[in-house]
Design a protein around this ligand. Structure first.
Ligand SMILES: [Zn+2]
Ligand SMILES: [Zn+2]
Ligand SMILES: [Zn+2]
Ligand SMILES: [Zn+2]
Length: 284
């Protein structure tokens, strides 16, 4: 096993041993089941082995109950990385180091800063929502039949010019989003955090601010919690209101409606090249 460990320590590379151990059917390197082999030594994971009668590589007929490959099983165990937060209760493990790293970055047992200003308390991802609801009196957004969530908001803080955030809590089809309105220099910016979204799987979020005098709308991407405000604003994942617009909006104590929607399967639509502004204006 020494050579396996050495290869591992040199840095995980896609391909090589990892690919040799992958099941040719599901393409996974399964560390949580038996690994079978055909008469010619081709590997197949247990669930896939149960679903076929011949080897997918060489067409050799598979015997029943089948012939295990203990060497492959042991080699795979040597590649397994547990989640960094296993001691905190996370049971995740993977033989694919990239996947394990990706998991760790969004593991619910991992630490994360409360994204609200000026709080910034360090909590676990799993307890963040509880922290926000308890400490920051998040506004629960009511979801309409057309899938838009909205709330009438007192943006008195716009005039006070304090650095603060208003959180909006939106449970959405089993996912959780947190919208914030925050002051950044002379602008008032709003964006949407995906609380538990995996890296690279950001959703499209449509944010709108409406009042008698002004309507602002932007199609943005949800933002990962780790991102700093300066980065978020620079990346354009925000709806920005200048202080002049904010004054117009808040004039005479006008009611300001904050709206949010997360279009379904938004990623694929974006990739089909639909103009963002058009999508925001006509569809939602
Ligand atoms: Zn398989
Ligand atoms: Zn075979
Ligand atoms: Zn984990
Ligand atoms: Zn907080």
């Amino acid at each position: 096993m020494t050579n396996v460990m050495a290869a591992n320590d040199d840095g995980y590379k896609p391909g090589g041993l990892h690919d040799d151990l992958a099941c040719p059917i599901c393409l996974d390197v399964r560390h949580d089941c038996k690994i079978f082999q055909c008469n010619n030594g081709h590997l197949i994971c247990e669930p896939c082995h149960a679903s076929v009668n011949e080897c997918p590589v060489c067409r050799a007929r598979l015997s029943r109950p089948g012939s295990r490959c203990l060497f492959a099983e042991k080699s795979i165990q040597a590649l397994v990385t547990s989640c960094k937060y296993a001691k905190d209760g996370c049971g995740y493990a993977s033989a694919n180091r990239d996947q394990a790293e990706e998991h760790t970055a969004s593991c619910i047992y991992g630490p994360v800063e409360c994204p609200l200003l000026p709080c910034r308390e360090l909590v676990t991802r799993a307890s963040l929502l509880g922290h926000i609801l308890k400490t920051h009196e998040a506004i629960n957004l009511q979801v309409d039949e057309d899938g838009t969530a909205k709330s009438e908001v007192d943006w008195a803080f716009l005039e006070q010019g304090v650095t603060a955030s208003i959180p909006f809590h939106l449970p959405w089809r089993g996912r959780l989003f947190l919208a914030v309105v925050s002051r950044h220099h002379t602008e008032y910016c709003s964006w949407v955090f995906g609380l538990w979204e995996p890296r690279g799987k950001e959703a499209k979020a449509v944010i709108a601010v409406e009042c008698d005098n002004l309507t602002l709308r932007a199609t943005t991407q949800t933002v990962r919690l780790e991102k700093k405000i300066a980065e978020i604003v620079a990346d354009d994942s925000v709806l920005c209101m200048s202080s002049r617009q904010a004054k117009i909006a808040a004039r005479d104590g006008a009611k300001i409606i904050f709206k949010l929607s997360i279009p379904e399967e938004s990623d694929s639509r974006m990739h089909q090249g639909q103009a963002e502004d058009e999508g925001a204006a006509s569809t939602y």
